[in-house]
Write a protein that binds this ligand. Structure first.
Ligand code: FES
Length: 171
């Protein structure tokens, strides 16, 4: 019987087959693993390094450098609220409180159902439109506690970011 690790290795081999075994394949492979598993474990990093013939430290450096790649399990929707000064002055605290209350978790945590992870972000370049936050790769600006509620409801209905746009929730 195949173990979980055997299954993972088979899937990684398939990804290497799809993207190629050269160094440029590293990020595309990591992105697919992240999307599928919600995290990139130490075992996975080691296995990818072996398959691509590179040092595991190189894989680890890439995973820790990019915000969209994570060693720890992340929910389907990763919410990152900017905590830098302009957003702070624009009302970040009320938005943070609303996020924590609505989700029932604190920053750095993931909801039990695996849907939401709440994290702080440093400046995301929308300083004149704060408070700013990201839901996966979609940027939301001028966020208010009321808008937080609408955004979370859209996520709960399992709409992806593009559907949020369709619903007019993108700001
Ligand atoms: S300070 Fe929040 S986006 Fe720059």
């Amino acid at each position: 019987m195949l173990t979980k690790q055997d299954k993972l290795l088979a899937e990684l081999r398939a990804l290497v087959g799809k993207h190629g075994s050269g160094r440029p394949s590293l990020i595309p492979i990591l992105m697919e693993v992240q999307e599928h598993y919600g995290q990139i474990s130490d075992f996975t990093m080691q296995a990818i390094a072996d398959m691509l013939g590179i040092h595991p430290v190189e894989v680890y450096s890439v995973v820790t450098f990019y915000a969209f790649l994570n060693e720890k399990y992340h929910g389907k929707f990763v919410i990152r609220l900017c905590r830098t000064i302009s957003c702070d002055m624009a009302g970040k605290k009320a938005v943070a409180r609303q996020l924590e209350n609505d989700l029932g978790i604190e920053f750095g945590e993931t909801t039990e159902d695996g849907r939401f992870t709440l994290e702080w972000a440093n400046c995301i370049g929308m300083c004149d439109q704060g408070p700013a936050m990201l839901v996966n790769d979609q940027v939301f600006t001028h966020v208010t506690p009321e808008k937080v509620h609408d955004i979370l409801e859209a996520c709960r209905r399992s709409f992806g970011p593009s559907s949020m746009q369709k619903e007019g929730i993108a700001l």
